[in-house]
Design a protein around this ligand. Structure first.
Ligand code: TRP
Ligand code: ZN
Length: 463
């Protein structure tokens, strides 16, 4: 009787596995504290292959996104983030899959369940007029129509307006992007150029970003651009794409770009990607700068501070990426501190002077900005609308300066480099940062810095 019962059990178990009914749906989001629906559970994307066509005249985009991903659970269904556009066909490992949509969630039900740890290939064919999204902070992202083409900007969640994916910074992947546009226009993206081909009045421009990239850092810029290539003194390839209207105005800044990179490598360690550069748009086309990976988007000719800021993000933000949007200060505090360091290293104010002026309320011309600086702690923004507010940038930089005061210059610059090296091409959160500092500088007590400057409400008491 006993033997018989366990035999039945085994048979039931076998039937369940064979029938493939034990998988569960992957989660619709990764519980980001500010964007709970961003990203998806149950799988990790390793690579995106985006094959796009765009017609600026009609603003029509057509695309096939091929994701290579690994299941992290037995999956009966999985979600992708996609806002707007029409889905035409979805396949999983070549087999037609059922799908449905609700808000930004595209739910895919593969014909056969995907077993945990298996790598699978998912394709989505889609088309339509991509949306421009308005951020919680009121700025525009997603797909922006420009004077002569279009521009994709993805921070924090705009990339879901132009390709389906797991749109959360915790899931980084490599990318191959091809964009077919009317002959005479160009398409520029992240990473290295990977060929061009003109056929029947249309040109396909291919790009490859071979190092892990968060989806908010992916970009496509379509239009007329002057392309220039050079190298830094250290030998790093630099490719810039400049709207011809901005050619004269941006000449000086672009000549400076290789030198800024050489300086940044001395301060932050080896540049984390195989190529660098910039995309210079007309100011009215983008409105703000974004540190898109390897090739930041600049709204017109940048001043040196902005150039330093966006290039510093390649280390801090792009290579070491925040694990959630709460960790935004790890991007903006570091990039802002890079601006202070540049000034200090080039005969301007020292970082100490910048810090002192901020603390004294003498840095900003208006009392409003001064009050805003102390309105919340950098590591705990109160809501999504305030992720890009002053405390994240400036008070975030002040946190780093407090660490520098504590450990001294030599140890501090070692920390800056070591942080970038330790989490290179990965993700990290605020607790990783404080643990890293404590590990590398065990003789110091950082409790007050963390509790007052990083996490504390209000203006911390001086030293
Ligand atoms: N990260 C950009 C920069 O500092 C600014 C930015 C653009 C931003 N879009 C955003 C910040 C959305 C927060 C949220 O160069
Ligand atoms: Zn920034």
């Amino acid at each position: 009787m006993r033997a018989h019962r366990s035999l039945v059990g085994v048979l039931v178990l076998l039937a369940a596995c064979g029938g493939g009914v034990d998988g569960t749906p992957g989660a619709a989001g990764v519980r980001d504290p500010y964007f709970p629906k961003a990203g998806n559970g149950g799988y990790d994307v390793a690579h995106y292959d985006l094959d796009l066509g765009y017609e600026p005249r009609t603003r029509h985009l057509s695309g096939t996104a091929t994701l290579t991903a690994r299941a992290t659970q037995d999956l009966s269904a999985l979600n992708l983030d996609l806002e707007g556009l029409d889905v035409e066909r979805v396949t999983v490992d070549g087999a037609e899959a059922r799908w449905n949509r609700a808000g930004q969630e595209l739910t895919v039900r593969p014909r056969d369940e995907v077993e945990r740890d298996r790598t699978f290939r998912l394709t989505v064919r889609y088309s339509g007029t991509p949306l421009t999204l308005t951020d919680p902070d009121g700025s525009e992202e997603g797909w922006l129509a420009t004077a002569d083409g279009a521009l994709a900007l993805g921070e924090p969640v705009g990339s879901m307006a132009w390709f389906p994916g797991s749109h959360h910074p915790s899931d980084k992947a490599t990318y191959a992007v091809s964009v077919t546009v009317p002959k005479g226009l160009r398409a520029v993206s992240n990473g290295e150029p990977a060929g061009q081909e003109t056929r029947g009045g249309r040109t396909t421009w291919s790009w490859r970003a071979g190092e892990p990239m968060a989806s908010y850092l992916a970009t496509v810029a379509i239009g007329r651009y002057d392309i220039a290539r050079t190298r830094t003194a250290g030998g790093l390839p630099v490719l810039t794409a400049v709207d011809p209207e901005q050619r004269e105005a941006s000449r000086g800044a672009l000549a400076e770009l290789p030198r800024v990179l050489d300086w940044a490598e001395r301060r932050f360690g080896p540049y984390p990607f195989s190529t660098a550069g910039a995309i210079v748009e007309r100011p009215e086309d983008s409105g703000y700068a974004l540190e898109t990976q390897s090739r930041p988007v600049l709204p017109g000719a940048p001043d040196t501070g902005l150039l330093v800021h966006e290039l510093a993000h390649q280390w801090y933000g792009n290579s070491v990426t925040p694990r959630s949007w709460r960790d935004m200060w790890l991007n903006e505090g570091f990039a802002t501190y890079a601006e202070w360091l540049w000034r200090e290293d080039h005969g301007g104010d020292t970082a100490q002077q910048t810090f002192d002026a901020l603390y004294a309320g003498e840095h900003f011309a208006d009392a409003e900005s001064d009050a805003a600086l102390w309105s919340f702690p950098p590591a705990d923004p109160p809501d999504a609308a305030r992720l890009s507010d002053l405390p994240v940038y400036w008070r975030g930089a002040m946190v780093l300066h407090k660490v520098r005061q504590k450990v001294g210059d030599a140890a501090f610059f070692e920390l800056l480099r070591g942080w970038a090296a330790t989490h290179r091409h990965g993700t990290a959160d605020t607790a990783d940062f404080t643990a890293y500092v404590e590990l590398r500088a065990p003789d110091h007590d950082f409790t007050a810095i963390w509790s007052q400057w990083l996490h504390g409400d209000g203006k911390p008491p001086h030293p």
